[in-house]
Design a protein around this ligand. Sequence first.
Ligand code: COA
Length: 163
Amino acid sequence: MHVIALYPGTFDPPTNGHVDIIERSLQIFDRVIVAIALNVRKEPLFTTDERLALIREAVGTRPNFEVEAFSGLLVDYVRRRQARVIIRGLRAIADFEYEFQLAHMNRKLAPGLDTVFLPTTEDNFYISSSLVKEIASFGGDVSGVVPACVNRALRQKVGAAGG
Ligand code: COA
């Protein structure tokens, strides 16, 4: 069975935590599609094109990997791409309630669709994109928690130190 997994998120910006989830998913599934949500609840710092380019650069070219943006319901996009599972990273227990709600809601909307949770590694459990942006905006060094291309992009946008 050829299993396509879809990893959705806002990725504003992608962090080492996201890249770790992508790398591990590529070891498990036949194909991994990273799906950048045009999230109505968030006002992103990076444009969709910038986020697409940053993820492509951070992950590199792989035969079984692609990244795309989508709008609308996640389950509709999942169906269009014929994906079998949704991947989500779990950082801490605090993530669980929200993620559990999303997973159940998505399963209700699309019976048969499952969410697979990957626990983040201990190096990444405290990272979030908002925190990265906040630290960068005050000139803090985020080079240890984001890919080099994201660090460069942050310095251009908000003037982060480091790297
Ligand atoms: N490492 C580091 N950080 C991580 C991480 C990891 N492995 N996994 C998640 N995060 C962080 C993100 O950086 C982000 O931080 P922020 O809130 O500070 O920006 C946070 O965890 C959660 O973000 P993300 O994983 O991008 O999810 P989201 O909540 O922004 O988006 C969607 C969730 C896109 C999946 C959801 O909104 C969606 O499906 N939207 C489409 C519309 C829809 O179908 N809605 C109905 C859903 S039932």
